[in-house]
Design a protein around this ligand. Structure first.
Ligand code: FES
Length: 261
C-alpha cells in the first residue's frame, strides 16, 4: 500500500499531505451543480415564458402537453391529477436530469463535492467504510444506459427545435435565439455521444473491433468526444441553462431577440 493510500484510509476528515488547491475543484463543482439544480427546478415550476416565436426552452422540449403552439398532444390532459402542480417540464426534464445524475463523470464529481467520498484523491474522508455502488441506492446508477437511450430521443427533438428556430412567420431567418438553440444541440450532442455507455454500445461490445471497420471508425469518433467528456458535460450544462434564460427573458420582454437575417 502506498503512502497516500494510508492517509486516505486512516486520516481524519480533510487530512492530507497534498499541498495543491485540492479543495478548489470540489467547491466549484458544488457551487455549479447547486446553482443549476436550483435554477432548473425554479424554471420547471414556472409553466410560463418558455416559448418565444419559433423558440422553445430546452427544459420544456419536447412539450408533450401544454398551452403553447409547440405542444404535441394539446393542452394539459384531463387525467393529470388535479392536486399536483402541472408544468410541461415535469413530463420531460426527468430524462436529461437522471441521465446527468447517473453520468460516470458527474458521479465522480458530485461524490467528492456533495458528500466528500472522498473530498479529493488522497484526502481523508468522514467515514470508515466504503460501500461502493453495489447496493441500494447507488446500484441504481446502472440505469444510466437506459437514460442514455431516452436522451437520444430528447436530443433529436431539440435538433428539430433548433431547425424550427430558423422558421419565422415571414419565412426563413436567423435570430440570436436560433444560434443559441443550435449551439445548445451541438454541445448536448458532444456530451451525449461522448458518453462512456455509448462508447461501449458502439464498439466496446466487440472482442476484436478491428474486424468491424465501420463500427471501429464510429468507436474512434466516440472515443474522441469521450476524451473531453468533462468539458462537454459542463459546457452543455451551462448552455442549456442559458438557452432557457434566453427564451424566458425574450418572452418576458426583458431581452430583445435580435434578427441577424
Ligand atoms: Fe457521462 Fe454517459 S458517462 S453521459
Amino acid at each position: 500500500m502506498s503512502a497516500p493510500d494510508v492517509v486516505w484510509k486512516n486520516g481524519r476528515f480533510g487530512q492530507t499531505s497534498r499541498r495543491d488547491t485540492w479543495w478548489l475543484s470540489p467547491t466549484l463543482v458544488f457551487l455549479g451543480f447547486s446553482a443549476f439544480i436550483i435554477y432548473s427546478t425554479w424554471a420547471a415550476f414556472q409553466n410560463q415564458y418558455y416559448t418565444f416565436g419559433p423558440y422553445i426552452s430546452p427544459f420544456y422540449s419536447p412539450e408533450l402537453f401544454g398551452s403553447s403552439s409547440h405542444a404535441l398532444f394539446g393542452p394539459k390532459p384531463h387525467w393529470y391529477p388535479g392536486f399536483l402542480p402541472f408544468s410541461p417540464a415535469f413530463l420531460i426534464l426527468w430524462i436529461p436530469g437522471l441521465f446527468r445524475v447517473t453520468c460516470y463523470y458527474y458521479r465522480g464529481a458530485y461524490y467528492k463535492s456533495f458528500w466528500a467520498d472522498p473530498p479529493a484523491c488522497t484526502v481523508g474522508e468522514p467515514r470508515k467504510i466504503y460501500l461502493g455502488e453495489r447496493s441500494f441506492p447507488l446500484i441504481m446508477q446502472n440505469f444510466h444506459r437506459y437514460f442514455l437511450r431516452l436522451s437520444y430521443i430528447v436530443w433529436f427533438f431539440l435538433v428539430y427545435d433548433s431547425i424550427k428556430s430558423f422558421i419565422f412567420p415571414d419565412g426563413f431567418g436567423i435570430g440570436v435565439g436560433s444560434l443559441v438553440l443550435t449551439i445548445n444541440v451541438i454541445l448536448l450532442g458532444g456530451y451525449v455521444f461522448g458518453c462512456h455507455a455509448f462508447r461501449h454500445l458502439i464498439g466496446g461490445v466487440f472482442d476484436r473491433i478491428s474486424e468491424h471497420p465501420v463500427r471501429h471508425k464510429l468507436y474512434d469518433c466516440v472515443s474522441c468526444l469521450n476524451r473531453g467528456h468533462k468539458n462537454w458535460a459542463w459546457a452543455s450544462l451551462f448552455w442549456v441553462g442559458f438557452a432557457d434564460i434566453y427564451v424566458r427573458l425574450c418572452a418576458m420582454g426583458i431581452w430583445h431577440d435580435w434578427r441577424i437575417l
